[in-house]
Design a binder for this molecule. Structure first.
Ligand code: I22
Ligand code: ZN
Length: 192
């Protein structure tokens, strides 16, 4: 038991250390932040999507922007695409689970909006289809993946590949970086 706890803590530290030492990643996070700030300043919206733990992470990050992060300020529009369970179950049942996010984007995605697609494999079909539809709608597409990047690697405008194949450790980095994005977006749009 203790060895598992130590191994996981050490792996998380090592992975974060790798991200910290990688200038490319730090600059990429800056670019992502700038894209989100630009969208909000143009009156656009930010959407997140993912499956399983990444759906929870998508919802968590959307709430940081739409509610508040560190301090009181006006709301920013942000939403995770899976939050309407009636819609998701109807479209999955009547069409296909692969279409649940892409179909919703055909209705809501406007040019200049941002989609942040979270998938550790980069290959979840519903997330990959969402990015393809978002690109078609002229949205800015940001991918959060693991080391391989999968199909999202080529499909997204900006792609953050966490250098690991361990799903939970990758997700923890996605949340860490997602929180940092929220912090900088909040501080840039609503300086104190
Ligand atoms: O949270 C976890 C594992 O930590 C799981 O629920 C995980 O998100 C699910 O297996 C997902 O379906 C994995 O999809 P993806 O990251 O490859 O897109
Ligand atoms: Zn998990």
């Amino acid at each position: 038991m203790q060895s598992t706890i130590r191994k996981n803590l050490q792996n998380a530290i090592d992975l974060k250390q790798q991200l910290l030492s990688d200038e490319f990643t730090v600059n990429l996070i800056v670019e992502m932040t700038e894209a989100i700030v630009r969208a909000y300043r143009n009156g656009r919206k930010v959407f997140f999507c993912g499956n399983g733990g990444s759906a929870a992470d998508a919802q968590h990050l959307a709430a940081e922007l739409s509610g508040r992060y560190y301090y009181d300020r006006p709301a920013l529009f942000a939403e995770a695409l899976h939050v309407n369970t009636s819609y998701i179950t109807a479209v999955a049942n009547d069409y296909s689970f692969d279409d649940v996010y892409a179909r919703w984007i055909t209705a809501i995605g406007q040019e200049g909006d941002v989609l942040i697609a979270m998938s550790t494999s980069g290959n979840s079909p519903n997330v990959v289809k969402a990015v393809a539809q978002a690109n078609e709608n002229g949205m800015v597409t940001i991918g959060f993946t693991g080391a391989d990047g999968g199909a999202l690697k080529e499909a997204c405008d900006l792609i953050l590949r966490v250098p690991s194949t361990d799903t939970p450790r990758i997700q923890e980095c996605h949340m860490h970086i997602g929180h940092t994005l929220c912090e900088i977006v909040e501080a840039t749009i609503f300086p104190r």
